[in-house]
Design a protein around this ligand. Structure first.
Ligand SMILES: CC(C)(COP(=O)(O)OP(=O)(O)OC[C@H]1O[C@@H](n2cnc3c(N)ncnc32)[C@H](O)[C@@H]1OP(=O)(O)O)[C@@H](O)C(=O)NCCC(=O)NCCS
Length: 146
């Protein structure tokens, strides 16, 4: 597993759009579920996971001051990690960084709707590492996100 670091940036950061285009091309359902419409409209801050050696983006997580309906408190909306970098702790560190950013910027813990088995596991891991998060686990559906 390559060494990585997390950087928190604004949604306007020039590295984000090309990465989301890659998600759209590789995993259309994830792109639609996590990164379009209301889900991106409210986003203010993005955690980028960067390969230390190449500076390539290997994962993202998005944070909004509200949920996708424009109500509620800060919300982590979409997390996606490139398949070759999975199961190496990238999503866990993205979620931990966004939890810290939520408390810094919005002075409130973030909520997250965990949709996939991997998303649920990464949120549980982040909480176990001390992240302050309100995790809502959605286990009723059968399809995993790619
Ligand atoms: C879900 C996703 C973000 C996880 O990313 P990741 O970088 O592999 O996650 P981590 O390495 O931080 O894993 C954290 C924990 O979750 C577990 N985990 C990861 N993927 C898993 C999966 N698909 N099923 C079950 N557990 C999983 C890991 O084993 C790890 O647990 P451990 O520390 O006890 O071994 C990634 O698989 C992905 O982008 N999936 C498609 C989009 C998606 O589902 N996003 C989340 C929506 S809520």
């Amino acid at each position: 597993m390559a060494e990585f670091r997390i950087e928190i940036v604004a949604l306007s950061d020039e590295r984000i759009r090309p990465f989301l285009d890659k998600v759209r091309d590789q995993a259309t359902l994830s792109y639609v579920c996590l990164f379009v419409g209301d889900r991106i409209f409210y986003v203010q801050r993005v955690a980028l996971a960067l390969d230390v050696a190449t500076a390539e983006v290997i994962g993202v997580g998005t944070l909004a001051p509200t949920d996708e309906m424009g109500s509620g408190g800060p919300t982590i909306i979409g997390v996606w990690v490139v398949p070759p970098a999975r199961k190496g702790g990238v999503a866990t560190q993205i979620i931990c960084a966004l939890a810290t950013e939520s408390e810094r910027l919005y002075e409130a813990p973030a909520s997250v709707d965990a949709l996939s088995p991997g998303g649920i596991a990464a949120c549980r891991k982040a909480v176990a590492l001390g992240a302050h998060l309100n995790v809502r686990e959605h286990t009723g559906h059968r399809a995993d996100l790619k």
